[in-house]
Design a protein. Structure first.
Length: 273
């Protein structure tokens, strides 16, 4: 297959544990782009928290895209235009706040340039380190949200959050998309918003079929794009149930798993043309 697009999750997939891209992986991705393959970044992170990686891979020069907030937003890197956006109403964010209080878990959302929380916590600090956005503690979460927000996250230790996820997926079925991006992050986006759905929206005007797409990820918020793509790849560090739904399993993010896929399914095929 002549693949035309590679879609990459960031944390625990493209990025190593120290938040860097390995030399081997960067070399493979740059070579793929030089040969006309689109490299797209798809993450639960806010757009701001993805720009450094996009710049490192020169996505603007190669006319590529960022799918941020779990696919709620698509950015054209060449023009920096937002070509797709879905958000939650302020009323929905307020309802999620009430549910977080009921379940005894933390909650955060985003303003233009900050992470909003009512109570400081270790999980918000993790999100801050991942995204580069500062944490802003507000006296009243509901009062601070007076307009639409792209998404909200509930925060708690993994064991408890699994219980909350199951309960709220049932309670909010048909209303919101509910999924975990990390063991301690439970994400809420508009119904129908997934990385897979946004990818479907993106490729149609580009004349790329789903069969010509490789998607690589490690977590539950990557599952939709893994299942959507012609070649869905799970990282070696992914949970077993993600691996079972993938077409291919590669090495871990610390063992150049992304580079292995690009070399085997993209660059090696180019040498045979």
């Amino acid at each position: 297959m002549n693949y035309k697009m590679i879609v990459l999750d960031l944390d625990d997939t493209l990025l190593r544990d120290d938040q860097t891209i390995s030399g081997r992986t960067k070399k493979a991705l740059m070579k793929a782009q030089e040969n006309g393959v689109k490299v797209v970044l798809a993450s639960g992170r806010p757009t701001y928290g993805m720009r450094r990686v996009a710049e490192e891979l020169k996505l603007n020069e190669f006319g590529s895209y960022i799918l941020s907030f779990n696919g709620s937003v698509i950015i054209n890197c060449s023009t920096d235009d937002e070509i797709y956006s879905r958000s939650l109403s302020a009323e929905t964010a307020h309802r999620l706040y009430d549910l977080s209080k009921r379940e005894g878990v933390g909650i955060l959302t985003y303003s233009d340039d900050a992470i909003l929380v009512e109570e400081p916590n270790e999980f918000a600090e993790i999100e801050s380190r991942l995204t580069g956005l500062p944490v802003q503690v507000v006296p009243d979460f509901k009062e601070a949200i007076d307009g639409p927000v792209v998404k909200a996250l509930m925060l708690k230790e993994a064991e408890r959050l699994v219980e909350v996820e199951k309960k709220l997926q049932e309670e909010l079925d048909g209303e919101l998309c509910v999924m975990r991006s990390k063991p301690f992050f439970l994400e809420f986006t508009q119904l129908g918003v997934t990385k897979g759905a946004s990818l479907d929206y993106l490729i149609k005007p580009l004349g790329i079929s789903r069969e010509e797409v490789i998607a690589i990820g490690d977590s539950y918020n990557d599952l939709a794009m893994i299942e959507f793509s012609g070649l869905g790849v799970a990282m070696g560090n992914a949970p077993e149930d993600i691996k079972k739904n993938a077409d291919h399993v590669t090495s871990s993010n610390m063992e150049d798993g992304v580079a292995e896929v690009v070399e085997q399914f993209v660059l090696k095929e180019m040498t045979h043309v």
